[in-house]
Design a protein around this ligand. Structure first.
Ligand code: CP
Ligand code: NVA
Length: 302
């Protein structure tokens, strides 16, 4: 039984399998070939933060594969009244075949996984967003082919999505440059871990132009993540030089693609012009979350 608490829970071969399977499922199922290997399987989703893409793509993906889902906010569970995570995990394991969790602390994901008798999938914590980075890389491969020959730039906060991208870079062996303002670097423990296994450079710089120079892929995310709302104003000031705009794009390769996991704040981390422009792949990127989740569920629950 396997958990996906973070990208590093998976081997390179397992990630490559999921990426190619997701692309295959997308092609096959869009051409109308039915595929329902998960009939009779039930998945619970425990979400302590809002979600459009992750929730709906996991639920829709599970249902397209023949399974069913139960969505639970924290307030729906006795967790809200203090029942321990360990008890919740063991009880839910008797009813469902997998649990997706979106929460604040990574320790919640770890604790659920420790006690669950079914796979636990991290659907975003403050530290990691593994399924996001996997479907993002799927989108890069779909658009550009083998990612190992590409330079990827991350512009902005060294946050949960950035951490999962760093782990993808280490596992798959591609070059990743992160431009973050001082004080907003990725977690040093995660950085040390990925540097130990990375075959290609993973570099943190202050200058966004340096990070995107000749890049094939430019990736950004909100300046204030969920739970950081009270820092939003200060962050808007500090991150202002880190906006992904047409001027910054000029330093990348002319055919570079722009990713954003969404939701986007137009005029903050990305301009309307770039988000809606010809280099943006954000809608395909959002769609691919569903196909990647389907490949993951098929693999975990087969
Ligand atoms: N990208 C992403 O995880 O979006 P949601 O917050 O809508 O799930
Ligand atoms: N870093 C963002 C990602 C949202 C999908 C957040 O945690 O709010």
């Amino acid at each position: 039984m396997r958990h996906v608490r973070r990208v590093l829970d998976l081997s390179r071969e397992e990630i490559l399998h999921l990426l190619s399977r997701a692309l295959e499922l997308k092609k096959r199922m869009k051409s109308g070939i039915p595929h329902r290997p998960l009939v009779g399987r039930v998945m619970a989703l425990i979400f302590e933060k809002p979600s459009t893409r992750t929730r709906v793509s996991f639920e829709a993906g599970m249902q397209r594969l023949g399974g069913t889902t139960i969505f639970l906010s924290r307030n729906d569970l006795q967790l809200a009244r203090g029942e321990p995570l360990s008890d919740t995990a063991r009880v839910l394991s008797r009813y469902v075949h997998a649990i997706v969790v979106r929460t604040f602390g990574q320790e919640v994901v770890e604790e659920l996984a420790r006690y669950a008798e079914v796979p636990v999938i991290n659907g975003l914590s403050d530290k990691h967003h593994p399924c996001q980075a996997m479907s993002d890389v799927m989108t890069v491969i779909e658009k550009k082919g083998d990612i190992r020959h590409l330079k990827v730039a991350w512009v902005g906060d060294g946050n949960n999505v950035a951490h999962s991208w760093m782990e993808m870079a280490a596992r798959l062996g591609f070059e990743l440059w992160l431009a973050c303002p001082e004080g907003y670097d990725p977690d040093p423990d995660i950085l040390n871990e990925v540097l130990k296994i990375a075959e290609k450079p993973i570099r943190i710089v202050r200058d966004p132009q340096k990070a995107v120079k000749d890049a094939d892929v430019i990736n950004t995310d909100v300046w204030a993540s969920m739970g950081q709302e009270e820092e939003a104003e200060e962050r808007r000031r500090i991150f202002a030089p880190y906006q992904v705009n047409a001027e910054l794009l000029r330093h990348a390769k002319p055919d570079a693609i722009v990713l954003h996991c969404l939701p986007a704040h137009r005029g903050e981390e990305i301009t309307e012009e770039v988000l809606e422009g010809p280099q943006s792949v954000v809608w395909d990127q959002a769609e691919n979350k569903m196909w990647l989740h389907m490949a993951l569920l098929e693999w975990l629950l087969r």
